[in-house]
Design a binder for this molecule. Structure first.
Ligand code: ASP
Length: 454
């Protein structure tokens, strides 16, 4: 073990939901000295019908700040949750959060904001974890910087200032706990990232210390090659590139907060998704370039399959379209002016299809008519009720016959591919089908690549 190496290790809410989970987390951290910087979430659900502490905090804040309820009474269940963990970890004689609770209740009464309220889950959990591990606690408000609300619309994270503040602070601390999910603006006002944002904090910390690895511990053993609600026991993806991950996440496969990829990708730091409840499993390694890692002969051609429903397609026909300069620009300018987002534009010589989420079309029912006017087209057809599938795999580029296998599988199962789009990067094939075929299509493509020998 190279002990000069540094790992940043983030634990999700279910990994820190109870004292029992804290003990597993502590064993994981203490089993490898490289696990130096720990980013905890707030306690999550202990069972299906439990409530996450973050949700309890939002509700408590609303009750106190908006409905003038008694802060101490409303805060009691949250206090119980944290005190329960402290007692069960045997820390009650050395750690009391009573002063913190009092301060939080007071700030709720003073309407400190719902971001402040939500952030207290990570803050308090971080204090407990730091004590339990005997690591230093660093309040994220000191090192995770947001720009001031005045100069920017909404909450804007200040990446460069944060990176400098963290790098300076952590250069003096060999081991530390930095709570996830929040930071502060220059005036000291607490701000949070969007839900699930502790993943992003972990990634920011990893970049700042130039970590060798960012471990993200959760309650699944990695990314699955397909949605387990559709495919029985799908395989775990062993290695995936950042680009493949973006493609799959965009199409609905989620384990990681979508922003979490960017800081580490820039710094070329791999992310390892691991399971706190099954630490012996290797999980999924997310890398910049798979060539950095040994590809084995059993590396699958397809890395994963994901998909989303509720798409529409606008099909446009115009004779001589291929010779008409500016045709596409006029249509896309209209989309821009109306603030309509689209997903794909497969084209033919005299035809053009625009694939977009049906909700975008619902916002502008007159869109087809307006396209007809700006582009001088007679024939335009709108079809809704489509699903889009993304079949993603870096192995596709090198392997002949991948598309043939995908479409043979669909044809064999009586599924008509309505739209086909393959980027020149040959990283994915996008297929549009009718929504009723969604599950069947995913199962057939999964089967042909993962369960059938070529
Ligand atoms: N606790 C926050 C949430 O529930 C942030 C996180 O867990 O990453 O969204």
């Amino acid at each position: 073990m190279n002990t000069s190496e540094k790992y940043v290790v983030k634990f999700g809410g279910s990994s820190l939901a109870s004292a029992e989970q804290f003990k597993k987390v502590c064993d994981i951290i203490k089993s490898d000295e490289r696990r130096r910087y720990i980013v905890p979430s707030a306690p999550g659900k202990r069972c299906n019908d439990d409530t996450k502490v973050t949700d309890m905090l939002y509700a408590c804040y609303d009750a106190v700040a908006l409905h003038n309820k008694d802060a101490t009474v409303e805060f009691e269940p949250i206090k119980k949750r944290f005190d329960g963990i402290i007692a069960d970890l045997g820390l009650a004689s050395v750690l009391s959060l009573d002063n913190e609770y009092e301060q939080i209740c007071e700030n709720f009464k003073q309407k400190a904001g719902s971001d402040y309220a939500a952030s207290r889950g990570e803050y308090l959990n971080g204090i407990i974890l730091a004590k339990y591990l005997d690591f230093e606690f660093i309040d994220a408000a000191k090192v995770i910087k947001f720009k001031s609300a005045k100069s920017n619309v909404g909450r804007v994270f200040d990446a460069e200032l944060t990176n400098a503040a963290l790098a300076t602070m952590l250069s003096k601390k060999p081991y530390a706990v930095i709570p996830g999910f929040y930071g502060a603006s220059p005036s000291g006002k607490i701000k949070t990232f969007s839900r699930g944002g502790s993943d992003f904090t972990g990634s920011i910390v990893a970049r700042s210390v130039n970590a060798n690895l960012y471990e993200n511990w959760t309650d699944v053993s990695g990314f699955l090659a397909a949605d387990p609600r559709i495919v029985d026991n799908p395989e775990i993806i062993r290695v995936i590139t950042y680009r493949e991950l973006r493609e799959l996440s965009y199409m609905g496969a989620t384990v990681l907060h979508e922003d979490a990829i960017f800081p580490v990708r820039e710094a070329n730091i791999p992310i390892n998704i691991r399971n706190t409840n099954a630490p012996f499993e290797r999980g999924t390694l997310i890398v910049h370039n798979s060539l950095d890692f040994e590809e084995t002969s059993d590396t699958p051609i397809i890395t994963g399959i994901a998909g989303k429903k509720d798409f529409s397609v606008i099909s446009i026909d115009k004779d001589g379209m291929n010779n008409e300069i500016g045709f596409l620009r006029r249509i896309l300018t209209l989309f821009e002016e109306l603030d309509v987002n689209f997903e794909h534009i497969p084209t033919g010589i005299d035809t053009l299809c625009i694939v977009l989420e049906s909700s975008e079309l619902d916002k502008h029912e007159s869109l087809p008519e307006q396209i007809r006017q700006v582009a001088g087209i007679n024939h335009i057809v709108v079809e809704s009720g489509l699903a889009m599938l993304a079949v993603v795999g870096r192995g596709m580029r090198e392997k002949r016959g991948t598309a043939a296998r995908i479409f043979a599988a669909l044809a064999h199962n009586g599924i008509n591919a309505r739209i086909i789009d393959q980027g020149s990067s040959e990283l994915n094939v996008i297929i549009g089908i009718v929504e009723d075929d969604f599950n069947k299509a995913i199962r057939s493509i999964y089967d042909i690549f993962f369960n059938t020998k070529p």
